[in-house]
Structure formats: C-alpha cells, structure tokens
Design a protein around this ligand. Structure first.
Ligand code: 4AD
Ligand code: MG
Length: 427
C-alpha cells in the first residue's frame, strides 16, 4: 500500500515499504513515523501485540533505515494524514547509521552539500510536489488551449539572450552553446504551427549570486503568430492565474507543511495591472529610489514595484538599450520596445519576460548588426521576416522563480531537485 492511498484500506492489514522518518518509544508502546515517498504514516507498535524481539528491534530503529512494516490501517484524526497503522510485523532492510540530517537545525551550506539526502525531508517533499503540480498545470493549460509542444534544441549556434551569459562547448570543432532560450526556434515553429510552446532547461552563465539566479533553470516558452504584445499579456494573466488555482486546489496539504499562507494566492485573478516603464520609474522615484530613466531594474527595484500590487503586475515598453535584439521597436516611441515583464507580488519580481518580436526584416537586420551579432549565424532567423512575416509575440516563464513565489521561499535553491548555482555543481 502507498501511504497516500490509506483511506482505501481502513480496517485491512497492509504493508508499507519505506524509511524511518522518526521514532520514539516508552516501555509499552513505540511510535514510528514511516515515509514511503507518497506520504508519512504514524505506525504504533504496542508491546503486547508483537513478540519481544520485534519490540526491541523497533525501539532501536534509526532515522532513514529502510523497512517494510505490516499492520492494520485505522482512521485516526490526531495522526498526520488522518490514519495510523497498528503494527504486527516489521522487517529491516538496512539499518542506517548516523544519518547526517537530524531533526535539529542545520546550516544552508551543509544542507546544500547533502542535497541528495535533504530531498527526503518533509519540507523539500512538499516543495517538490508543488513544483510538479506547477509543471503539470503549465502543460495542461497550453495543451488544452491550442498550443502545440515543439521542443527546441539545447545545442545551438545562436545566442538569444546576449553573448555574455553563454555556456559554450565544442561541437566537432565548431563552437556551440547551451540554449539560453528556445525562443528563436519557437518563432520558426509558430510560423509553421500557429501557437506553439517549448519547455525545457535553459542555461545561463550568470555570474550573479542572488536569490533569483540559477545557471540552469526550466523555462516554458509559448509563441503565437498574429499576436501583439498586449494580447500576449492577456494569455499570460490567464495562464498564471490557472497555475495558481491548480496549486491551491491540489496542494493544500503541501502549502500547509511549508507554512505558506494561501490568502495572498487566493487574490490572484485576471486582469493584472499593466504599467509602462515610464510609470514604473516614477513609482520608484516616489518611493525614494535613485533610479533614472534608462536604467535597468535589478532585484531591488522589482521588489519595490511588485510590493505595491496584490496581483502580478506587467511592466511594459522598456528602453531598447538594455533589452534583447529581437524585441519590436515601439512605433510610438522608438527609444522603447514592445515588451512586457511580469513581476510577481510579495516582492518576488520578474517571473516572465516576453513581448512582441521585430517582424520587419530591415529593422531586425539593423538590430543584429547593432548588437555585434554575426549576420550569417542569424540567416535562418532573418528568413522568417522574408517569407510571410506577421506580428507575433511570446514569453518565457521561469519555473523556479514561479515555485519560489508560490511557495514563498527565500531563495531559488530549494525550488529544483538539484539546483545549479554559481560555484555549486555538487551533488
Ligand atoms: O527574461 P528572459 O531572459 O526571457 C527570455 O529568455 C525570452 N527569450 C523568453 C521568451 O520570450 N520566449 O527569461 C525569462 C524568464 C525570466 O522571467 C525568469 O523567470 C527566468 O526565465 N529566468 C531565470 N530563472 C532562474 N535563473 C536565471 N538565471 C534566469 N534567467 C531567466
Ligand atoms: Mg527578463
């Protein structure tokens, strides 16, 4: 039996195969908390119910020893999960000695170095299950709303998000890069299939040691033909609202384990406010920030802006100077581009970057040159503007930042099973 299915087995004798999470005993009764991956069950061993050697073995069970434990399943309101087992038999597969992660507090560096074991703890269990629900909601939403999954390559000859954060590798004698984003390929598949998305890992050699940056992260990137930047925002707000609602519905228990107050998430509903970069700068200056028009926002500015709203907020029309080469120039103000970032509330900041793409061949070519990119590398991409170019838009949502916000975590390091951070590739 799996622990999460206990309700189906009340009154029956069942076996759980798992690990000892915790145990305590008095002279007459022992309580063993057993985890099997699907949940945690309290197993009660009464001295009078088992033979002497079994009771002694139970009294000496150590944390994370692997066991099979058999007994009758009972409903018990006071037990975690609402059920408990009255134990008849126990088999120890391997007795763990000196498991390093004890119930006491440990430092983050120690826990990160033991990530392969840390994942067994209740808090990590809850976060990873919320992550899985976020990923499933992403796929369900897009699959059910007319988007076709189009995997983009990981090995690429092109930079999408600037050459300073490229991880390079040798591709049989020519340089290749790990993908920073599947967007450029999405633009090709959108012209073939209309509405598409890619979903996979992205790599950035980020030298920044912040609570928001990983060197490897997962990103979902929808792309739509015949779509302007504002219609692109309409899709994003419906998409993000759906993801949050799914977590609230399906992961109540996990949110409670990590002590995430659900009420701010319950306020997430469409429409999301939309402010321009100009308005955002004014808002920041009013709040005492020294920011000037033309400066990029860092984490602090995003936190300040997002704190002013209960819902995620779009900031649109940023200056061209610090945005990617593919963004469409704003015809109303050519200093700016038709992009929008989505900043999550409670201080989390950017979870989505997106916008309308430059669809004019000449203007795009100018941007390729201005960025110092090799025209030959982008020939195929420029082709898309020669053969039936249309207004098109898309966005990229970072899974780890979304998990951090929804779980209200202080750092992205707890959002992935094995996060890759600056100076951290082990385990
Ligand atoms: O804003 P970014 O760089 O946008 C793109 O890559 C576009 N090509 C997406 C598109 O339009 N198809 O990244 C998008 C999102 C960010 O908002 C953030 O959530 C996440 O990807 N992200 C990171 N997450 C963790 N660590 C990093 N180093 C990240 N860089 C970006
Ligand atoms: Mg961005």
């Amino acid at each position: 039996m799996y622990i999460d299915k206990a309700a189906d087995y009340i009154g029956q004798v069942q076996t759980i195969e798992g690990w000892v999470y915790n145990s305590r005993s008095s002279g007459k009764v022992a309580f063993v908390l057993v985890r099997d991956g699907s949940g945690i069950m309290q197993c009660v061993v009464a001295k009078s119910d088992v033979d002497e050697s079994t009771f002694e073995a139970v009294r000496h069970l150590t944390q994370e020893s692997s066991i099979s434990i058999t007994g009758a399943i009972h409903a018990e309101e006071r037990a975690p999960g609402g059920h408990e087992m009255h134990v008849q038999k126990i088999e120890v597969h391997q007795a763990a000695v000196d498991y390093p992660i004890t119930p006491k507090e440990h430092g983050v560096d120690f826990l990160m170095s033991n990530r392969h074991l840390w994942l067994r703890s209740k808090r990590q269990w809850a976060i990873m299950r919320i992550r899985a629900t976020i990923v499933k909601s992403i796929r369900d939403y897009l699959d059910d709303n007319g988007f076709l999954l189009m995997d983009a390559p990981i090995l690429s000859a092109n930079a999408c998000e600037g050459s300073s954060t490229l991880f390079s590798t040798d591709y049989f004698g020519v340089p290749a890069y790990l993908s920073q984003s599947g967007q450029l390929y999405n633009e090709a598949t959108a012209m073939a299939f209309g509405r598409v998305y890619c979903f996979g890992p992205a790599f950035r050699a980020e030298k920044s040691k912040t609570r928001r940056h990983l060197t490897e992260f997962w990103m979902v990137e929808p792309e739509m033909a015949y779509c302007n930047w504002s219609q692109n925002c309409d899709v994003q707000e419906a998409f993000v609202t759906y993801i949050v609602q799914q977590v609230l519905e399906k992961r109540k228990e996990e949110l409670a384990i990590i002590e995430r107050d659900p009420s701010p998430l319950e306020k997430i509903a469409t429409p999301f406010p939309r402010i321009s970069y100009d308005e955002a700068v004014k808002l920041l200056q009013k709040a005492g920030s020294p920011i000037q028009w033309g400066d990029d926002f860092g984490g602090d500015e995003e936190t300040l802006i997002s704190n002013q709203f209960e819902r995620p907020v779009f900031v649109h029309s940023y200056p061209k100077s610090f945005k990617a080469f593919y963004m469409k120039t704003n015809p109303a103000n050519p200093q700016t581009v038709l992009c929008a970032d989505l900043l999550a509330p409670e201080g989390y900041g950017e979870i989505i970057g997106g916008g309308q793409r430059e669809d004019d061949y000449k203007l795009l070519l100018e941007r390729v040159h201005a960025e110092g990119l090799a025209e030959a590398d982008y020939q195929w991409y420029l082709d898309l503007r020669k053969y039936g170019s249309v207004p098109h838009s898309g966005f990229g949502l970072g899974v780890e930042r979304t998990v951090a916000w929804i779980c209200k975590l202080p750092h992205v390091r707890e959002t992935a099973p094995f996060p890759r951070l600056l100076e951290k590739i082990y385990p």
